[in-house]
Design a protein around this ligand. Structure first.
Ligand SMILES: Cc1cc2nc3c(=O)[nH]c(=O)nc-3n(C[C@H](O)[C@H](O)[C@H](O)COP(=O)(O)OP(=O)(O)OC[C@H]3O[C@@H](n4cnc5c(N)ncnc54)[C@H](O)[C@@H]3O)c2cc1C
Length: 411
């Protein structure tokens, strides 16, 4: 009865196991991969951006923002930094984005594994849970050959994003079998496909831009940063950040347009001034050369094509109307989004088990006593920049502590 089962040995599951074991609970962690923390290894391009000093509002999306705020107050970025410092991992700060000083994601995964080992957490790898059951106040986790039993179960199976790390939607199935609902999970922090044929001509171009997402014609989200044009559409951090809204809007059969301000909000007046100032000495230039020094060549060509200005026409011969069209286009370079990239290219999922189905920040289920949920399985997704791991640490820590209090008090 005193046993806690942790389903999933990723970021949130490892944290939950450590937090519970530090409270004196007996913990068994079941992980289907041959080693724990596999997704952790690929985070931050192998460097692991494990949290962020900037926790201002709007960094997390969920159905219950106040819940996320409360949870982060209980175990926030400073707590995560202190936790890892105590495990021998000081943080390296890059403009608020925090990484292990070693620069290696493996050190974060190893430190968690070592601490779990020190605390005598039983770690059963190569153990895929096939189903979970709640019977007479006990939890059973069934695997191919074995049944594991516990007085509490922490579900920390993550989301299906990045399936090459072993990720799957199993956790949602387990949560549903124990009475929960699941907000449809969809890929997030990923690139988007665009309908425009000229997208392919821009492949490889990187351009600073203000990115505005229009859903059914209304502004839904805005970001600024370096957009990467690809053969299929748009990518780069600002596109990743808005992709969660794109996924959901398209699922709801709404239209999605991305409008790029290639002059990053500096205004069409400034653009006109740039043209005016250089008019005398650049009047004989044509094609991409006409926009030399303002935009990369491939982008200049597409802009001229979309503005209906012949590539052969010298800049000095552009009509006022043509120049106005071009100036307007630079501020509103539009793409029609057809879909988001799939789970294979997504860093996280948006959707999952609603926070409203938990008993506050104990992370305990309000449907099945003794069941706790943590990590990406829940309907919380963070922005790029360490926020998703912070949520894994926060929810894992709170779930582990509360589960330990429960089993220890029942002993
Ligand atoms: C390429 C990439 C880069 C990223 N970079 C960052 C970053 O720099 N900073 C950041 O904050 N976030 C980053 N993320 C997101 C972050 O990795 C996740 O949000 C976080 O790992 C989620 O933790 P989790 O514990 O919920 O799930 P996971 O870490 O996915 O752990 C879930 C575990 O459960 C196991 N499991 C699943 N089903 C079963 C089953 N049936 N039986 C047994 N075990 C099972 C899985 O094998 C897995 O080990 C990145 C993600 C990707 C894909």
């Amino acid at each position: 009865m005193g046993q806690i089962l942790v389903a999933g040995g990723g970021a949130s599951g490892l944290m939950a196991a450590v937090a519970a074991a530090r409270q004196g609970a007996k913990v068994t962690l079941l992980e289907k991969n041959k080693q724990t923390g596999r997704k952790l290894l690929v985070t931050g391009n192998g460097h692991c951006n494990f949290t962020n000093r900037n926790q201002e509002q709007g960094k997390y999306r969920s159905g219950s923002p106040a819940f996320v705020e409360r949870a982060l107050k209980a175990f926030g970025w400073e707590d995560a930094v202190a936790f890892f410092e105590e495990l021998g991992i000081p943080a390296r700060d890059r403009d608020g984005y925090l990484y292990p000083a070693s620069g290696q994601a493996a050190s974060v995964a190893d430190a968690l594994r070592l601490e779990a080992g020190r605390l005598k957490v039983k770690m059963s790898c190569n153990t895929e849970i096939l189903s979970v059951e709640y019977r007479d106040g006990r939890f059973l986790a069934r695997t191919g050959g074995w049944e594991y039993e516990g007085g509490a179960l922490i579900l920390a199976c993550g989301s299906p994003a990045a399936p090459e790390t072993g990720a799957s939607g199993d956790g949602y199935r387990f949560a549903e079998s124990l009475g929960h609902t699941v907000e449809t999970p969809l890929p997030a922090l990923t690139g988007v496909y665009a309908a425009e044929k000229d997208c392919g001509k821009l492949a490889g171009v990187r351009q600073e831009a203000r990115v505005v997402l229009l859903v059914d014609g209304q502004i839904c989200a805005e970001e600024t940063g370096e957009v990467q044009f690809t053969s299929y559409g748009l990518s780069g951090i600002p596109i990743f950040q808005i992709s969660r809204y794109v996924s959901r809007a398209l699922e709801q059969k709404k239209t999605c347009e991305i409008c790029l301000d290639l002059w990053s909000g500096r205004g069409s007046g400034r653009m006109r001034a740039v043209f005016e100032k250089s008019r005398q000495y650049t009047k004989d230039r044509s094609g991409a050369g006409a926009l030399l020094g303002i935009f990369p060549e491939k982008l200049s060509r597409v802009l001229l094509e979309r503005a209906g200005i012949s590539l052969a026409k010298k800049r000095g011969d552009w009509t006022r109307a043509e120049e106005e069209r071009l100036t307007a286009l630079i501020g509103t370079f539009r793409f029609t989004v057809t879909r988001c990239r799939g789970y294979e290219q997504a860093q996280v999922c948006t959707g999952g088990v609603p926070l409203a189905e938990l008993k506050g920040i104990t992370m305990e289920s309000d449907r099945t006593p003794g069941l706790y949920l943590a990590g990406e399985l829940l309907d919380v997704d963070g922005a790029c920049g360490g926020y998703n791991l912070q949520w894994a640490w926060t929810s894992g820590y709170l779930a582990g502590r509360a589960a330990a209090e429960r089993v220890v008090s029942l002993c």
